[in-house]
Design a protein around this ligand. Structure first.
Ligand code: NAD
Ligand code: MG
Length: 392
């Protein structure tokens, strides 16, 4: 561990062009830039111009677009720079296997699962933003990281908070984890009003600035649903040990309760760079230019119980946690299709949970996954069934 400060760490950034990816590059700059980190690869998808620009600006050795049809465009944009261009699954696989010390896993959705598994198997530490890895493939993903020998450090702010106050040596005294939720832009809306909202209103998060899909998932609380399942696997919890409380200011990022009545919490400004910085500096804490909390100005913190009638995603998460097996993969796969349909205006806001719940019912008797292929099959089947319902 001590040698780590002295030498540069090799890092690959999956999803470098996204919200977490850009914040990660900013944090790397604050943590010593090229003195501290050697960027082995940056990856993106359709926006190859932005990807090439980031690769050049940050001196990455390689840039990968997941979209194979854009390979020549990327190659062209990087010509004469000495930066290697690659594309598709083979490009992502290559990026995962560069002798990385750490990989920032920040691709959005199930697309992040295969490359992150590859990086874990290659032995890199995984800074995990892509919650879908744990939601869809929980036990298999945890096992893959363990076998690879790297560490798994959460980047999702709630899980980073829990990780920071979770005393593994006190596991027997662990009572519960309490995940905070802002409640999103529709926290105070009636069910009837929610029926008519569109993607433009749903994406406007009150506290956090994030990618499109996670912003809408925050409005439906599907994001919190995914985070409940993520916490279950990450911290090896029983479903009843995972609680959610609505906390509109997003200052307490989550809490851990122990058997003696103590609750430990992590607080901070709602800025993802704190969680990213912690994941990249762990076990140390390094200075970051994030806004300091001013308690006198804050004056108050509010809390309320989550409303499962208006936010049925929470109930679906509870079902998935209790049923276990492939229900997380089914929930996530069906939800991603419903979410895309909502973004395109083909499905109503409340319908997202209706479709997801119906597909979960149809697929509730699947045996648990024996191998990662089972996860991809269940995910694909859940998508097909959800797409059929969207079309109905
Ligand atoms: P984003 O939409 O801003 O960025 C997504 C990244 O993934 C981009 O680089 C994009 O090019 C890439 N990508 C998209 N589709 C792809 C595909 N099919 N194959 C390969 N790459 C693809 O998303 P984000 O907000 O940065 O979120 C990234 C992940 O981090 C998500 O899993 C999200 O749930 C999680 N997360 C984000 C935040 C946040 O504050 N943004 C917080 C916690 C967790
Ligand atoms: Mg979160």
């Amino acid at each position: 561990m001590t040698g780590r400060n002295m030498q540069t760490r090799r890092i690959a950034i999956f999803g470098a062009t996204g919200s977490i990816g850009i914040n990660t590059l900013d944090v790397i700059g604050q943590l010593g830039g090229r003195e501290a980190f050697e960027i082995t690869a940056v990856t993106g998808n359709a926006n190859v111009a932005a990807l090439a620009r980031l690769a050049i600006e940050h001196g990455a050795a390689m840039a990968v677009t997941a979209d194979e049809s854009r390979y020549s465009e990327l190659k062209q944009a990087l010509s004469g720079t000495g930066i290697r261009a690659a594309a598709g699954t083979s490009g992502l696989d290559e990026a995962a296997d560069q002798g990385n010390d750490v990989v920032m896993a920040a691709i959005v959705g199930t697309a992040g699962l295969a490359p992150t598994l590859k990086a874990a198997a290659a032995g890199a530490d995984i800074a995990l933003a892509n919650k879908e890895c744990l939601v869809s493939a929980g036990p298999l993903f945890m096992e893959a990281v363990k076998r690879g020998g790297g560490m798994l450090i959460p980047v999702d702010s709630e899980h980073s908070a829990i990780f920071q106050v979770f005393a593994e040596n006190q596991r027997r005294a662990l009572d519960r984890v309490i995940i905070t939720a802002s409640g999103g832009p529709f926290r105070a809306m009636t069910l009837d009003e929610m029926r008519h909202v569109d993607a433009a209103t749903a994406r406007a998060h009150p506290n956090w600035s994030m990618g499109l899909k996670i912003s809408i998932d925050s409005a439906s609380m599907f994001n919190k649903a995914l985070e409940m399942i993520e916490a279950q696997h990450l911290f090896d919890l029983a479903p009843e040990q995972v609680e959610v409380v609505v906390h509109p200011q997003s200052i307490i990022h989550s809490m851990v309760g122990y058997a003696d009545g103590s609750i430990l919490a992590q607080l901070g400004s709602p800025d993802m760079r704190t969680a990213i910085g912690y994941a990249l500096s762990y076990p140390e804490r390094r200075p970051l230019s994030v806004e300091k909390l001013d308690f006198a100005r804050l004056a108050r913190l509010d809390f309320e119980a989550p409303d499962e009638a208006r936010f049925p995603a929470l109930r679906l998460a509870r079902l998935a946690m209790e049923r276990g097996g492939l229900q997380g993969a089914v929930l996530n796969g069906a939800k991603e299709i419903a979410l895309e349909a909502f973004i395109d205006g083909r499905c109503g806001f409340l319908e997202m949970a209706e479709i997801t719940g119906a597909v979960m019912e149809e697929m509730r008797d699947l045996p648990a996954a024996a191998a990662i292929e089972d996860v991809f099959v269940a995910d694909g089947e859940a998508r097909r069934r959800a797409a059929k319902r969207v079309g109905d």
